[in-house]
Design a protein around this ligand. Structure first.
Ligand code: RIB
Ligand code: CA
Length: 311
């Protein structure tokens, strides 16, 4: 089993990613930590609890992290994810768990007490991760791997023509992580925009008729109605693919590249730049990232559906 921590901003696709992780036969979801992004921190944390209760896994601790980006104001995305962050499903709010330590201390504690065992999957703005790295830079020696959903290398952004939402929301934190020596695998829009769920896929999920698939169907129908997704012809499952990469690297093809982030230009703010050489604007990059540049989308979409509908 692979021990995993999920850090995100649920959010519709985060919710599907967490459900995938709880249903995976190879992942042991140790904790869910939340960060402000798609919705504010309070909503993201309530939604993490709602999703784990739906999955029957309130044994998994939920810890709240940073309430706002490192230096900028939060620009949330209720227009994509709904006022509640979960497509207006307003799942019943579970009994809250015992008071848990904060996300930063929980991530540090879990990673530092083991060596090479914990995979951290980060699918929101990288504010929590930057805080963890600032407080305990040695996590790079103890963590097994850090898989990050974010960025856009050779494709346009989804929040501006240049930038992807997670990186654009907190570009300063993203820069810290991408320039670090942490063992990062990056799952950018270049691959996640190829993993689309069509209306037929969503109907197949609905036909399974379980509480999880009823929820997945509702949030996916909501997401499919978002104009940006209508244009794509399907619902991109960004965050589930990052969890998929933790399960099976064979879903993707990667290339080692230096990655940097634009933080000083209002037009291209949050743009992710990649290079094979650490010269010029990459000279401060300590190591290359494993950047996913291609995906077996058909095989991953089939895997996602089969896992979500499994009893
Ligand atoms: O750009 C897509 C990413 O931004 C996903 O993680 C989505 O949940 C939002 O956080
Ligand atoms: Ca997310």
């Amino acid at each position: 089993m692979i021990k995993m921590i999920y850090d995100g901003d649920p959010g519709i696709d985060d919710a599907l990613a967490i459900l995938l992780a709880t249903k995976s036969e190879v992942l042991d979801l140790e904790a869910v930590t939340t960060v402000a992004g798609n919705v504010n921190l309070e909503k993201a944390t309530k939604n993490a609890l709602r999703i784990l209760e739906l999955a029957g896994r309130l044994d998994i601790p939920v810890a709240a992290g940073m309430p706002s980006p490192l230096v900028r104001e939060l620009q949330s995305a209720e227009y994509v994810h709904g006022e509640d962050g979960l497509g207006g499903t307003y799942l019943p709010l579970p009994v809250t768990q015992d008071k848990c330590i904060g996300a930063i201390d929980l991530i540090i504690a879990k990673i530092m007490k083991t060596t090479g065992e914990i995979t951290l999957v980060a699918c929101g703005p990288l504010t929590n991760l930057a805080e963890v790295y600032g407080k305990q830079p040695e996590i790079g020696e103890n963590v097994r791997e850090i898989i990050i959903m974010g960025g856009a290398i050779s494709v346009p952004g989804n929040i501006t023509p240049h930038a992807e939402f997670n990186v654009h929301t907190d570009p300063e934190s993203a820069k810290i992580i991408f320039q670090s020596d942490l063992p990062v695998t990056l799952v950018p829009l270049d691959v996640t925009l190829k993993t689309l769920l069509t209306n037929d896929n969503i109907e197949e999920i609905r036909e399974a008729g379980t509480p999880v698939t009823d929820f997945a169907h509702r949030v996916l129908k909501y997401s499919l109605n978002f104009s940006g997704h209508k244009k794509l012809g399907g619902c991109p499952i960004h965050d589930p693919l990052a969890v998929g990469v933790a399960i099976d690297k064979g879903f993707v093809k990667t290339k080692k590249l230096y990655v940097n982030v634009v933080t000083d230009n209002i037009v291209t703010l949050g743009k992710t730049l990649a290079s094979e050489n650490n010269t010029g604007q990459f000279e401060d990059c300590k190591s290359k990232l494993n950047v996913c540049l291609d995906v077996d989308a058909r095989r991953f979409v089939r895997f996602f559906i089969d896992t979500i509908i499994s009893k």
